[in-house]
Design a protein. Structure first.
Ligand code: DGT
Ligand code: CA
Ligand code: CA
Ligand code: ZN
Length: 594
């Protein structure tokens, strides 16, 4: 049976709306599709069931004609109407939809007036001034389009871990359960939990390499085959990412897994440790250097090679404690492993609760009760709500009265949990341009905690942005600083800010720094956490969930925290209910003017 997801249907409807707009269709017809897409995004029921029971029409925003299209899509995986509609447009036009700031009206204009039908043609037309001359465009618009095209090619071939994790995990699971597979793992940057991944690397131990390779290259996620070799296959998945598969013998598995996990820099250090012991290390084995090469090794006769059945044995052979994949970036992990000084890294199971989540009160898609249910489902003891403040009007930020009404609602809801679970009332308070906060202290004082975030006025010199943020976190009510750099991965660079200076200020004021676990942000970056830890700054891992399902973002946050060498003692949301309250109150009690 063809499988098409609710979100894929929603995306298809968005695409139809764009095409209809290009055709100049009437606005009601277009809106039927955008409304349907919205309705699907927020619909939490079972779509197939709704079709079977003929109840699609009951979903608000879905009329009869749309209901029929959903039925067709679920049954066949395709939509004849869309296939027919597409034919009228040059294929290159669809790529233009991905360019930021280029809506249907502008695409229509460059297509009809300049005959531009692809991104390269558009780039040329921006450069030679034709786009700037179009009515309603101008030089600034042309420059913006050009910048967006450049950003797009800069990020090509790179993927946010959150976008590819579902595919990667599903494929791994299928490999693991394949009857010919003895062992399987993902290696590479994905295993090291990098925030951006170039390609996926699967390693499999098998006695039937051909069967496994065939299974891999014929998988339904595969769009095209790049290489189909005896020990290595490469494919392009439908999601756009390349996936490599290496098939090895069981005895080679720990070496292949270790080598292809990387990082390259980490591998180089391991290899030189092997050399120093009179051995050579490669992706298949550890062996004695030949007599000729052996000359180079110091310290007389080469040592006997211990048996290696798993990665741990390899590290032991090299006289190192086991190094978790997240730490393998050649940032001091080898020296620490040698001295038995590696930290006991945080694990997902250590988390007891979390902060910074949104509800329907601002721009979230789920209610307070739905968010609380989902958090309990995950086994958390508490959930922090932090909806936007009024300055974030585009995110329906709350005015003080609505915020305080939400606080009252939270206090009521908490009574129903019988002490086993608690919602903490907070806010994601905008840091205004001058570093003041969007709410006065009297309002903030009524909350359990405050996340302060920069959401506007990104373009200011580094010194100014830095003092803006320092002023904000100097407020006793600011419990934690949200997404420190404001970056959106593969889309928007960080604003100019002096991170070490902010870390110092956080340490001085007792402000927690957030590790925003949304896979779009993963901010503060893992490379800064060792410094923050050294300065005594504590971390809060926050999913920034705008839907109950996004509480799962915590998984990505934990990966980044581990890359940042953090332990459960460094992360405040490991504290259980009963202890976390004091942590949230600590700064305001210490700094509050008496
Ligand atoms: P990516 O895919 O760009 O996000 O990053 P990786 O780390 O997954 O890199 P990839 O897929 O090119 O290769 C996987 C691992 O294989 C890499 O982390 C280390 C190892 N490797 C690849 N090429 C070399 C090399 O030339 N020398 C060494 N020592 N290791 C290599
Ligand atoms: Ca890779
Ligand atoms: Ca690779
Ligand atoms: Zn935010």
């Amino acid at each position: 049976m063809p499988t098409i997801t609710k979100n894929e249907i929603a995306e298809l409807f968005e695409a139809i709306a764009l095409l209809l707009e290009l055709k100049g269709e009437n606005v009601f017809k277009i809106r039927a599709y955008t409304n349907a897409a919205r309705a699907l995004e927020t619909f939490t029921g079972d779509l197939a069931k709704a079709v079977a029971e003929n109840q699609l029409g009951e979903i608000p925003g879905i009329g009869k004609a749309i209901a029929e299209k959903i039925t067709e899509l679920l049954a066949t995986g395709e939509l004849a109407y869309y296939n027919k509609l597409k034919v009228d447009f040059p294929p290159g036009l669809f790529e233009m939809f991905d360019i930021q700031g280029l809506g249907p009206k502008k695409i229509k204009a460059v297509w009809e007036k300049l005959g531009v039908t692809s991104v390269p043609e558009l780039e040329a037309a921006c450069k030679d001034g034709r786009v700037a001359e179009l009515p309603g465009f101008g030089k600034k618009t042309a420059d913006n389009i050009l910048a967006a095209i450049e950003a797009r090619s800069k990020y090509a071939g790179r993927f946010r871990i959150g976008d590819i994790a579902p595919d990667a995990e599903a494929l791994l699971e299928e490999l693991r359960t394949h009857p010919d597979v003895l062992q399987a793992s993902i290696a590479g940057s994905y295993r090291r939990r990098k925030e951006i991944v170039g390609d996926l690397d699967f390693i499999v131990a098998t006695n039937a390499p051909e069967e496994v390779s065939n299974f891999f290259i014929k998988h339904e996620q595969v769009e095209s085959i790049i290489v189909n070799g005896a020990t290595k296959s490469s494919v392009r998945l439908k999601s756009g990412i390349q996936a490599d598969l290496r098939v090895v013998k069981t005895s080679e598995f720990p070496f292949a897994l270790n080598y292809f996990t990387g990082s390259k820099e980490h591998n180089i250090v391991l290899r030189s440790r092997a050399l120093a012991r009179g051995w050579t290390l490669n992706e298949y084995r550890l062996e004695q250097l030949s007599k000729l090469e052996g000359r180079k090794s110091k310290g007389g006769a080469p040592q006997t090679i211990p048996d290696v059945y798993e990665e741990r044995d390899l590290y032991r052979a090299l006289e190192l404690d086991y190094i978790e994949p997240e730490l393998r970036e050649d940032r001091g992990e080898i020296a620490a492993a040698e001295k038995h000084e590696l930290p006991q890294l945080l694990q997902v199971e250590n988390l007891r609760g979390t902060f910074h989540n949104h509800t329907t009160a601002s721009d979230g898609k789920c209610t307070l009760a739905e968010m609380a249910d989902a958090a309990q489902e995950l086994g958390l003891q508490y959930l922090g709500i932090a909806d936007h403040s009024k300055a974030s009007f585009q995110a329906h930020g709350l005015e003080a009265d609505r915020l305080l009404a939400q606080v009252a609602e939270i206090r009521e809801l908490n009574k129903t949990f019988g002490g086993h679970f608690r919602i903490f009332a907070g806010v994601e308070c905008d840091v205004l341009k001058d570093g003041s906060l969007d709410f006065p202290d009297e309002v903030l004082a009524q909350l359990d905690y405050v996340v302060a975030s920069v959401h506007a006025s990104f373009t200011m010199p580094e010194a100014e942005m830095t003092s803006r943020i320092i002023r904000a976190i100097s407020n006793p009510y600011v419990t934690m600083l949200g997404h420190l750099t404001g970056r959106i991965l593969l889309s928007r660079e960080s604003y100019q800010v002096n991170v070490p200076a902010i870390i110092d200020a956080a340490a001085a004021t007792g402000t927690i720094i957030e590790l925003n676990a949304s896979p779009w942000r993963l901010d503060m970056d893992w490379r800064w956490w060792p410094l923050a830890k050294e300065k005594g700054v504590r971390c809060a891992i926050n999913p920034d969930a705008h839907h109950s399902s996004q509480l799962n973002n915590l998984w990505f946050g934990v990966g980044i925290a581990r890359k940042g060498w953090l332990t459960r003692n460094d992360v405040v949301n490991c504290l259980p209910l009963g202890q976390i309250e004091a942590e949230l109150a600590r700064k305001r009690t210490a700094l509050r003017p008496s």
